[in-house]
Write a protein that binds this ligand. Sequence first.
Ligand SMILES: CC(C)(COP(=O)(O)OP(=O)(O)OC[C@H]1O[C@@H](n2cnc3c(N)ncnc32)[C@H](O)[C@@H]1OP(=O)(O)O)[C@@H](O)C(=O)NCCC(=O)NCCS
Length: 159
Amino acid sequence: MQINEAYLHELIDFTDMTSQQRSEVLEWRNHESVRNSSHNREIISAEDHVNFINGLKGDNTRLYFYVESDEGGIGVFSLTDITVENAVYGCYKNPDFDKKGTGTEITKLAAAYARETLGLMSLNVEVYLDNPASLRMFEKNGYKETGRTNDLVKMRLDF
Ligand SMILES: CC(C)(COP(=O)(O)OP(=O)(O)OC[C@H]1O[C@@H](n2cnc3c(N)ncnc32)[C@H](O)[C@@H]1OP(=O)(O)O)[C@@H](O)C(=O)NCCC(=O)NCCS
């Protein structure tokens, strides 16, 4: 699906990924930089990865997209706990793709999708305090702090 020509990116639903794209995503997800920012920091097996993708079929509360630009796969974003008003946002970039601003590209694209395609009013994120790149990226993209715990900050983007 071509989401918005202004961004020139393709969003590929996880359930429509090729086997090559599935493998890339598993590699990215198991990269130390991504695991260390995730709630589940364990290595994910190929079997669990396939089961996870299959479990998304027909589930309207969770969407995961592989984001492709003309330079290849640049990362992933997810919208989970989707209601008529809001969702929880998550993302990671392809750790081998070190172009600055990639996280922002993905985050802007996800916001456009959430607002224009799903008609949501806000997105929530939870960011670990030991993840300064992510905190900076969300601040830069208009997310505001709504609360925090000992180890993470809760932020929201209102449309
Ligand atoms: C979070 C993530 C998507 C950011 O991607 P990115 O391509 O670096 O994002 P951007 O370049 O758009 O923005 C990062 C900002 O943080 C800054 N930054 C990077 N490392 C930093 C650090 N150690 N301390 C402070 N700021 C830092 C960058 O300079 C940039 O800010 P600037 O544009 O003002 O210079 C990427 O690091 C990632 O995939 N991390 C693992 C998964 C993750 O943390 N996901 C977010 C939780 S939902």
